[in-house]
Design a protein around this ligand. Structure first.
Ligand SMILES: Nc1ncnc2c1ncn2[C@@H]1O[C@H](COP(=O)(O)OP(=O)(O)O)[C@@H](O)[C@H]1O
Ligand SMILES: [Mg+2]
Length: 348
């Protein structure tokens, strides 16, 4: 919570209510702003109408749901960056790469390569712009204990020599005239610099994951004026904890509400910091109905003005993977092929 955010500044919130709210994870204006009156009323033992007043005040304070001019929207959209997959065919499918200020969902079966994608993008985001990077750093919210630094190392080493050399200069591990992809010491330094710029946090349960998204917002906004501002936020997996914890039929609405709040938080990180947000979602071969119609974007229209890309990843022969773009705004549906190799994602 930002220092300026004192919950007791909200109307009708005294010390006891503030404590109850904080204990239950409603510790920021932003979190309260996207809560429902029923949820808040139960949490803090207050009437629903008081809860509504509190939510309204938090919304105003957090500036959620406000209007902006067309010119402001245009200015923000002009900042949108495109992050390369390192595979031309997939970049083309995406209209240039993974967009900042958007949520991109990668879904598919176990082993399809979703975590490979989040690892590769965490490397690529740190590359020079001329090689499709965003010259930024990455946040990785890891809910399945999947993050592997060794895999990052392999992927850095799997980059083209020219890309490695230019990245060495960008990361200041070598001057321009000494950057050299065949120099093992320099490559090791580059690997270290890249690992340093991936902020990894394990999410132990869904509430913790929600909290980490709020922390991600702080981390991203703090570093915007520094070198390597946060340009990628990965959540791998978005849904695993929510699925495991909210199993009963009666819990579906609660689960969806929590997930909606979480997505809203992620969307704000993307919007406010010009960051790409990538989330993974495991589905069975026969897509279940967790999100209703599997061709519809997750979270439905709560995502508001933030465009959402959905990519369906599936295994093909050997190391080949098919990437299918489903239901993207302003882009035709289509498919691309890539390989998952030791050196990372590669063209067919
Ligand atoms: N070092 C590697 N070299 C080659 N392929 C790898 C390597 N590591 C992982 N893979 C490939 O990625 C697959 C695992 O993908 P992963 O991203 O973990 O799947 P998901 O997250 O969709 O469940 C493995 O089955 C393998 O095909
Ligand atoms: Mg995975």
């Amino acid at each position: 919570m930002a220092a300026s955010e004192d919950l007791e500044d909200l109307p009708g919130v005294g010390p006891a209510t503030a404590e109850k709210l904080t204990e239950n994870g409603f510790d920021s204006y932003q979190g309260i702003a996207v809560a429902s009156p029923g949820e808040l009323s139960n949490t803090a033992d207050i009437g629903e109408s008081s809860a509504s007043d509190i939510i309204q005040a938090a919304r105003e304070a957090a500036d959620i749901g406000g209007f902006e001019s067309g010119a402001q929207v245009l200015e923000r959209r002009e900042q949108i960056g495109k992050l390369t997959w390192g595979v031309d065919e997939i970049d083309e499918l995406l209209g240039g790469g993974v967009e900042t200020q958007s949520i991109t969902e990668v879904y598919g079966e176990f082993g399809a390569g979703k975590s490979q994608v989040t690892h590769q993008l965490s490397v690529n985001v740190q590359l020079p712009a001329e090689h499709g990077g965003l010259e930024g750093s990455a946040i990785f919210i890891d809910s399945e204990d999947t993050f592997r630094p060794e895999r990052i190392e392999q992927m850095v080493k799997g980059l083209d020599d020219e890309v490695i050399a230019d990245a060495m200069v960008l990361h200041k591990v070598a001057q321009e005239d000494e950057a050299d992809a065949t120099n093992e010491d320099l490559v090791d330094d580059l690997v270290e610099s890249i690992l340093d710029k991936i902020h990894v946090a394990k999410a132990f349960n869904s509430n913790h994951q929600i909290l980490l998204a709020e922390k991600a917002q702080e981390l991203a906004s703090e570093g915007q004026d520094e070198e390597f501002p946060v340009r990628l936020l990965s959540v791998d997996s978005l849904t695993a904890h929510f699925r495991a914890e909210y199993v009963g039929r009666g819990e579906l609405a609660d689960r969806q509400q929590k997930l909606n709040k979480h997505l809203h938080d992620l969307m704000r990180v993307g919007d406010l910091n010009n960051t790409a947000v990538i989330v993974t979602n495991q589905v069975s071969a026969n897509p279940d109905s967790f999100f209703g119609d599997p061709t519809q974007p997750i979270g439905g229209n709560i995502l508001g003005h933030t465009s959402t890309f959905r990519l369906y990843l599936r295994k093909s022969k050997g190391d080949k993977r098919i990437v299918r773009l489903v239901d993207a705004p302003n882009l035709p549906d289509g498919e691309g092929v890539m390989r998952v190799e030791e050196g990372g994602l590669m063209p067919e």
